[in-house]
Design a protein. Structure first.
Length: 258
């Protein structure tokens, strides 16, 4: 195992302890000497580990004092949240809460994009969208659908819509959300809590609306929003199930309100 791999692995372990609250915000992290002793490395490598942890945004360096734990959930940016989510799989309730927030952000962006695109003058060649949905259908009907590829296709479709609408900020956030999801297999799996075929049917229906002259009625749009909300509730429930959380406990860890 190379030195860089050791540094990354130990930094991830320390970051995991921050993520699950083993190290409390504001407290001093273990010193270079303590890290070196615990993980059987020299002090130079231990210093690199703590430097890596600082680059993650999980600790702050203070000359003469060492490193203090940051309140990563309050003070962290998108990249910190991304790493925090991946590491939170060791704390299922925390992971479920974070996933709820991720789903809420994704749902708001995607729903707004699809509704706005329905009402806008559309500039994307329909054949491009159709080709992506065709591949989505091929995956959905295979013996073992590749859910990572399917989610990537769906994110790509929404990204194209956002680009055509000129919603560059929403596209940037969607890209970050996608990266968070792809790093956690349980998150990807949760997005297919209902039949993969349903994903294809929804996109086929949207393509039909976008290619029609009249557009959807208010009732159709309201129905779509209701179905979208129901789908995401199933996504959240499936994530809980995959993490082993008891769905009958009465707890509501999610905050996925768009």
């Amino acid at each position: 195992m190379g030195a860089q791999t050791v540094v990354a692995d130990v930094a991830d372990e320390l970051a995991r302890r921050v993520a699950i609250g083993e190290y409390v915000p504001g407290d001093l992290m273990p010193s270079v000497r303590q890290v070196a002793e615990e993980f059987g490395m020299n002090r130079a490598t231990a210093q690199l580990v703590l430097g890596r942890l600082e680059s993650y945004g999980f600790v702050d360096a203070h000359r003469g004092r060492g490193f203090t734990v940051r309140d990563v959930r309050r003070a962290g940016g998108v990249e910190v949240y991304r790493k925090l989510f991946r590491l939170s799989m060791h704390a299922p309730e925390m992971a479920a809460d974070m996933f709820g927030n991720i789903v809420a952000a994704e749902r708001a962006i995607v729903l707004e994009a699809l509704l706005d695109y329905t009402a806008a003058e559309r500039g994307i060649d329909p054949a491009v969208l159709t080709a992506a949905v065709d591949e989505l259908e091929t995956q959905a009907r295979s013996a073992e659908p590749d859910h990572v590829r399917m989610l990537d296709l769906e994110v790509g479709l929404v990204r194209a819509v956002l680009t055509d609408l000129g919603h560059t900020m929403q596209r940037a956030v969607l890209n970050s959300v996608g990266e968070m999801l792809f790093e956690v297999p349980e998150a990807v799996e949760a997005y297919f809590s209902v039949s993969a075929d349903l994903h294809v049917l929804v996109w086929r229906a949207l393509l039909a609306v976008w290619e029609s002259e009249g557009g959807p009625s208010e009732a159709q749009l309201a129905l779509f929003e209701d179905l979208f909300a129901m789908y995401h509730e199933k996504v959240l429930a499936r994530f809980d199930e995959l993490l082993g959380l008891d769905g009958d406990s009465g707890e509501q860890p999610h905050s996925a309100t768009a």
